[in-house]
Design a protein around this ligand. Structure first.
Ligand code: SF4
Length: 400
């Protein structure tokens, strides 16, 4: 276990497309003290729940949400210091904080750097005012550009931007204008997500009522191609379905997910995944798992920040999912195929300590014939065309 995700479930406003656990908190003062108390309680519990061999130096920490940049730099520093007092940090640890443009100016960004944040991931989404309004982002394009300037002035050399495409009322021209608006900034990483209309969001309701004016599929494909050309011209290489980076600047934290490695998820609404051998006997006995046969555990922390603040270390605040070996095999492939470099048979064999399964070879061959999967020696990956149909291919591994 060498990675930690911290979920901070507060936002300024609630975006109309968002189904994450995040609460609009615009006018109220943040209950930071109570929240951090819960977080420390949970961290402290995990320090005794991890098997001794799992306590290797931490390589990545990701403050996500929600809007973690609503926290004070002192609060971030306090949590990092607390973590460090329990588990050592690797000398090359990557510590990322997600940033909403309206929550931090130059001074606060400098203080975040002082508190130990190395990397900023800023949600910009679009610079088109009309589109931003429809998304319910609560900030303007101009504000986003000012914050971007402040990120750079504060001395962050490693920062990432989030963009969205396939949005209501978004035209190719508007998308191109957003790319033009950011072109003078020296970001090392870009994430670009095509809109997914999630249930239980205003977008879903509007979609059902026929009021969500989405661009046609061929326009969305053109946006993706425009993005690809833009990234290539700046030396950003696509390394995952939605992620582009300069060589060596890939998000180490997200690679942990895609490499199907262990990670802790802390905070209400967070998800963590640990293989069985990462758990101490104490943890197994707490969960009554001593005699159970499973490959790993997925920990879903319940989406209730108040209960979390008071009882973060109680069993009732988790939903536990036992992951069988069969499920883990499928998940390994689903994650591996998200990366443009895919994976290798030998990596699978090392991971699961068993030969590469015949039924998976058949699935890979099927999609190789269709022209979506490439193979070279024991490496396999989805090509450009295949990445567009990744959901279909990945789904097949789940069914088996
Ligand atoms: S800022 Fe992010 S987490 Fe918060 S509501 Fe918007 S999309 Fe969701």
């Amino acid at each position: 276990m060498s990675s930690i995700y911290l979920h901070i479930p507060f936002c300024l406003t609630k975006c109309h497309y968002c189904d994450f656990y995040s609460l609009p908190w615009e006018d109220k003062s943040l209950p930071e003290k109570a929240f951090l108390k819960g977080l420390k309680r949970e961290i402290s519990l995990w320090s005794s729940w991890l098997h001794q061999q799992a306590k290797s130096p931490i390589k990545t920490i990701f403050f996500g949400g929600g809007t973690p940049s609503l926290l004070s730099p002192e609060g971030v520093e306090e949590i990092l210091a607390y973590l460090k007092s329990l588990v050592p940090f690797s000398s090359e640890v990557e510590i990322t904080l997600e940033l909403n443009p309206k929550t931090a100016g130059l001074e606060k960004l400098r203080a975040f750097r002082q508190s130990g944040i190395h990397r900023i991931s800023m949600g910009l989404q679009s610079l088109d005012e009309q589109v931003l309004k429809l998304l319910g982002r609560g900030h303007s394009g101009e504000e986003a550009l000012q914050t971007l300037q402040a990120v750079s002035e504060a001395g962050f050399t490693n920062y990432s931007l989030d963009l969205m495409y396939g949005l209501p009322r978004q035209t190719l021209k508007s998308f191109e204008a957003t790319l033009k608006g950011i072109q003078d900034f020296d970001f090392s990483h870009l994430s670009a997500y095509e809109l997914i209309v999630e249930k239980a969001t205003p977008f879903y309701r509007w979609y059902q009522q026929g009021q969500l004016n989405l661009p046609q599929e061929e326009i969305t494909i053109q946006m993706e191609e425009t993005l690809q050309t833009f990234c290539e011209s700046r030396g950003l290489r696509r390394y995952e379905i939605s992620n582009y980076a300069k060589p060596g600047e890939e998000c180490k934290h997200n690679l942990v997910y895609w490499n199907y490695e262990n990670f802790l998820g802390l905070g209400p609404g967070a998800v963590g995944f640990l293989k069985k051998d990462q758990l101490s006997e104490e943890a197994k006995s707490f969960w009554k798992l001593e005699n159970k046969d499973f490959y790993g555990l997925r920990f879903n922390k319940k989406k209730d920040w108040l209960a979390y603040a008071k009882h973060a270390d109680e069993a009732s605040t988790w939903d536990l999912e036992l992951i069988s070996l069969e499920q883990a095999r499928a998940e390994f492939f689903m994650m591996a195929l998200r990366k443009t470099q895919g994976s290798t048979q030998s990596l699978y064999e090392k991971h699961f300590k068993e030969p590469f399964p015949q039924d998976f070879i058949k699935i890979l061959e099927k999609y190789q014939k269709r022209g979506w999967i490439e193979k070279d020696k024991d490496r396999f990956w989805l090509n450009h065309e295949g990445l567009r149909f990744s959901q279909e291919v990945m789904g097949e591994f789940l069914v088996g």
